[in-house]
Design a protein around this ligand. Structure first.
Ligand code: ADP
Ligand code: MG
Length: 694
């Protein structure tokens, strides 16, 4: 007798559950996606004990016919796909027909559903994959699925679950994500008696961002609007997945080359908003929440030289494209995708964000946080500082003993990750019952869009520089009496100026600490860091010279001989050409030594050695996959940094004026090539408020 057996369905379902159901949040994800696929406009999620005891999702979607309701729990039973050709153009979130049987095999599940075309509904109860009950029931339209005691029959999995607050935070993050992608729908998330998210339909994503995060966050974001780019596909094309390649129809010789339109919309933060992790990055492709290295790379490239590489922005990106342009059948949890034209997508996203960043030219303001009463607070769910999807990418260590995880780059079982936000999320659970707003900002800084970290500024700009404690607004009587101090004509208050395009109008007044230029502008006061400002000017200048192949060089009287380590020697060989193009004339000089004969004119002889070693260090860091373009920019940044005027240096009025003009003429006057802010703004309105004039 042979040794190979076909596994019974129950076992197969449990195996599938291992991939599809990693934790309570994965159940919420699958059920929410089903509800969305069913056309629901009202989605309610109730959980208890972080989803371990109960997850219940109620929708007003199309519901299921009696026979379908039974079939839905069979393996590979789906209404969304008929044959393999359909895989090329999936527009629904689900398609594998795996979720319901998988979930039902590891929990006690109760399904209640009624389709509009049937008079009565269906109630089905399943525990650990065994059907306990299937009966007719008087039910309203739509579907309700309750999943109790997740993993009750898989103790190994249950052990891997994190604390309840952490699991709850994953769920909250997920529901928040989906609510952002579907502004026209109602979403509600409750944990026991506590309401974590409740949003009603609105017309635009912007309004939804406002509902979820509050006005404070919205003000800090740049709206992409809708940007498009077209791709003309040169035949023959490369199919994303070999298995379905044969079904792809090839264009005939007479056809016009097929054209595809890619569309990007959403919001992202200005470079001053710097997060310590990727938890505030939300990426949707055709309405599907994904985690994707390519998109993350495109995003960080957009901020290259505007933000330190260790920092991350807030981003909510919606990428739309023809369904054939993206293969969603990459992994059972459907959170990974493969783009058919990956580098096109990458460049489109990078360029669009970069362009919008440049256009908005934002400057950080000193303004103290607006009074709380004027700002609708963010919803509780939005404040839970944890994102399942970003965490998975963050953790690059493959799980030991799991070949599959090793194959999928960076996709690591969440159960292994140590959540960073645990302390904070526990705090949420502790205050879960009340809406403890007062304490929230201190304990949950993640979603507050103030710079949360930065590259060790020489002065701490995170606090307002002047002790301003706006008191209660003066009563009418009092303010009239104050008039004797001189009235500030109301029409003289300029509109608030947050764009750095006004830099060219600034009048330098002097320096503080011989390091920062104080300048008066149309709207208030500006402080400019002289070193980083000059760095930005030189950086763009060097970059332009480099692009035009006209880097100014100077010959050294005596070649500078540098001794390299074996590692540096390898890096040197790799970037020697790039060094040459950037103005360094170097050649190998014996064993692990190089001779530098000429250098960019901007770099003084005294700094030369340091600059070169710095560049070699960058090259070392860049070896793993960074583009030549990034390396080039980093070399230019190094040169600019060494050549720029230093802090603690007196500047006369003419020099300050020159610096401000030159800065205003740069493409990106808001941050230095390493991502530090250049200018701070204290608006007239804030000044007037501080003096109780308004
Ligand atoms: P898939 O979503 O990949 O098709 P699932 O196992 O998640 O597979 O669901 C199986 C089928 O059950 C779906 O194709 C759909 O027809 C039906 N279904 C599941 N959830 C709902 C729901 N909330 N409303 C209506 N139909 C549903
Ligand atoms: Mg599904």
């Amino acid at each position: 007798m042979g040794r190979i057996r076909i596994l019974p369905d129950q076992v197969a379902n449990k195996i599938a559950a291992g991939e599809v159901v990693e934790r309570p949040a994965s159940v919420v994800k699958e059920l929410l996606e089903n509800s969305l696929d069913a056309g629901a406009t009202d989605l309610r999620v109730e959980v208890e004990a972080g989803g371990r005891r109960l997850i219940r999702i109620v929708d007003d979607g199309c519901g299921m016919l009696r026979d379908d309701a039974l079939l839905a729990f069979e393996r590979h039973a789906t209404s969304k796909l008929r044959d393999v050709k359909d895989l090329l153009s999936i527009t629904t979130l689900g398609f594998r027909g795996e979720a319901l049987p998988s979930i039902a095999s590891v929990s006690r599940l109760l399904l209640e559903t009624r389709a509009a075309e049937e008079a009565t509904g269906t109630r089905i109860e399943i525990a650990g994959g065994k059907m306990l009950r299937c009966e007719e029931a008087a039910l309203g339209g739509g579907t309700a699925i309750a999943v109790r005691d997740l993993f009750f029959n898989v103790p190994a999995r249950r052990k891997f679950l994190r604390t309840e607050p952490t699991e709850l935070a994953h769920i909250a993050s997920l529901v928040t994500h989906y609510s952002l992608a579907h502004p026209g729908k109602t979403f509600r998330l409750t944990s026991g008696p506590a309401e974590l998210l409740s949003v009603t339909p609105v017309a635009t994503t912007k309004e939804r961002v406002y509902q979820v995060f509050g006005s404070h966050v919205l003000e800090e974001l740049v709206d992409i609007g809708v940007r498009e780019r077209e791709l003309f596909i040169p035949p023959p094309s490369v199919p994303p997945s070999q298995g379905i390649a044969e079904y792809r129809s090839q264009p005939g010789p007479d056809d016009d080359p097929p054209k595809r339109t890619f569309r990007l919309s959403g919001f992202f933060s200005r470079p001053q908003v710097q997060k310590g992790n990727r938890n505030s990055i939300y990426i949707f492709v055709n309405g599907r929440l994904i985690r994707d290295r390519l998109m993350l790379h495109a995003l960080s490239s957009a901020y290259h030289n505007l933000m330190p590489s260790s920092a991350y922005p807030f981003a909510l990106l919606f990428l739309e494209m023809d369904a054939e342009e993206v293969d969603v059948n990459v992994h059972p949890s459907k959170t990974e995708v493969r783009f058919r034209h990956g580098s096109f997508v990458h460049d489109f996203v990078r360029d669009t964000i970069r362009e919008r960043l440049m256009e908005s030219r934002p400057a950080p303001a000193f303004s103290p946080a607006p009074p709380r009463s004027a700002t609708p607070p963010a919803q509780m769910a939005a404040q839970l500082p944890y994102s399942e999807f970003s965490q998975m990418i963050e953790n690059e260590e493959p799980v030991r003993g799991s070949d599959q995880s090793r194959d999928r780059e960076g996709a690591v079982s969440l159960a292994e990750g140590t959540p960073k936000g645990t302390a904070a999320t526990q705090r949420v659970a502790a205050t879960g019952q009340d809406t403890g707003e007062d304490t929230r900002e201190d304990t949950l800084p993640e979603f507050t869009l103030r710079p949360t970290r930065g590259p060790d500024p020489r002065l701490d700009f995170s606090a307002p520089p002047i002790e301003v404690t706006p008191g209660p607004p003066p009563s009418g009587k009092l303010s009239r009496r104050l008039d004797m101090h001189g009235e500030f004509p109301a029409d003289a208050i300029p509109p608030p100026e947050t764009s750095l395009s006004v830099l060219s109008d600034l009048r330098p007044l002097g320096q503080i600490h011989e390091s920062f230029i104080i300048a008066a502008g149309r709207d208030g006061l500006w402080i400019i860091d002289q070193h980083v400002a000059h760095e930005r000017i030189l950086f763009e200048q060097v970059l332009k010279q480099r692009a035009a192949g006209r880097v100014e060089m100077q010959r050294l009287l005596m070649p500078l001989i540098l001794q390299l380590t074996p590692e540096q020697q390898i890096d040197y060989a790799r970037i020697a050409d790039e060094l040459h193009e950037s103005g360094f004339e170097t050649e190998p000089f014996g064993n692990r030594t190089i001779a530098v004969k000429a250098a960019p004119a901007a770099v003084g002889a005294a700094d030369l050695e340091r600059v070169l070693f710095e560049i070699l260090e960058i090259a070392e860091g860049e070896l793993r996959g960074t583009s030549l373009d990034d390396l080039r920019r980093n070399i230019c940044a190094s040169i600019a940094c060494r050549a720029a005027i230093k802090i603690n240096m007196r500047l006369d009025a003419a020099k300050m004026e020159w610096l401000l003009r030159a800065l205003a003429a740069t493409d990106c006057p808001m941050s230095c090539p390493h991502g530090r802010p250049i200018a701070m703004h204290y608006g007239t309105r804030e000044i007037l408020k501080a003096f109780h004039r308004i």
